[in-house]
Write a protein that binds this ligand. Structure first.
Ligand SMILES: O=C(O)CCC(=O)C(=O)O
Ligand SMILES: [Fe+2]
Length: 284
């Protein structure tokens, strides 16, 4: 580990995520948020102009993560086993994005939660309170899939409790690891969501502007209701690998934290996983 402390690395293995606070300042975020309001045709001070409960924006500006926040990039590299394993482009994702998605860059492709889910009283995260999913609607999912190797959540606005912070099922990655190990033929993108019924450890990702949470790529998560009256801005830039995860490395010291998390969930030290059906990618 170059950047994460042993405690942080263990937290990732145990809880499935680690948070790096303060990756950028409010002064950095604010102009991007103001520009996003312009792009959406909304007035930040007039809720009547917030016409939709939740909006997904395309990129307008991109930033090299290593330059913006070396610590964040270091943590990403630690979790994935080094920069040389990371694919600069998230290949094939261009089928569902207007412009290309790059592993080394963050952007203002915000998900703006204005008042999602406010037609019902707020309830804490639980199997029946959200639309749980594993990210990666553009590929068939295997245990070793390289396309979306990390789930990231960047807070662009302060997100106190009950304010639209992403719901996360921390223990879900272990259930999904076992499910995908049992399905070497691959699983459709939506198939993993049903495993939420087995999960017990739920959190709401609260935080401050500039906080980054790195989650195991198998983690089930969902948009959460935001009755706060304050729009929540986040982005979730994916990171892809050049090669599939490898659970059978010769030297155990070479396993990435994501790989170690899977092996621990399976209760084994190494695993010669082989896919039994071709990889597939989907358009819209
Ligand atoms: O809105 C959020 O907090 C999460 C959104 C999300 O998970 C997604 O769009 O894939
Ligand atoms: Fe998601």
């Amino acid at each position: 580990m170059q950047t994460l402390t042993p405690t942080e690395a263990e937290h990732f293995l145990d809880k499935g995520y680690v948070t790096i606070p303060g990756c950028f300042t409010r002064d950095f975020a604010q102009p991007l948020i103001s520009h996003a309001y312009e792009r959406m045709g909304c007035d930040p001070n007039d809720p009547a102009t917030w016409t939709e409960p939740i909006r997904y924006l395309d990129h307008a500006h991109k930033f090299n993560v290593k330059e913006l926040c070396p610590k964040a990039w270091g943590a990403i590299c630690d979790i994935l086993g080094g920069e040389d394993r990371i694919d600069p482009t998230v290949r094939r994702m261009e089928t569902i994005h207007f412009s290309s998605v790059e592993s080394f860059k963050w952007s203002d492709a915000f998900i703006v939660n204005f008042r999602y889910g406010t037609d019902e009283p707020w309830r804490p995260p639980a199997p029946d309170t959200a639309r749980w999913h594993k990210d990666g609607s553009f590929f068939k999912h295997f245990l070793d899939s390289p396309e979306q190797a990390l789930l990231t959540v960047i807070q662009w606005t302060d997100t106190p409790p009950r304010s639209g912070g992403t719901f996360v099922a921390c223990d879900s990655f272990r259930h999904i690891a076992r499910y995908l190990a049992e399905h070497p033929e691959g699983a459709e993108p939506g198939a993993c969501g049903a495993l939420i019924d087995q999960c017990e450890d739920f959190i709401e990702l609260t935080g401050k502007t500039g906080d980054l949470t790195l989650l195991h790529p198998f983690t089930l998560h969902a948009s959460s209701p935001n009755p706060s009256g304050r729009p929540r801005f986040m982005s979730n830039p994916p990171v892809a690998l050049k090669e599939p995860f490898n659970f059978n490395r010769k030297d155990p010291a070479d396993f990435s934290l994501v790989e170690r998390g899977v092996l621990r969930a399976l209760g084994i030290e190494r695993y010669d996983f082989q896919i039994s059906a071709p990889r597939e990618w989907y358009g819209l």
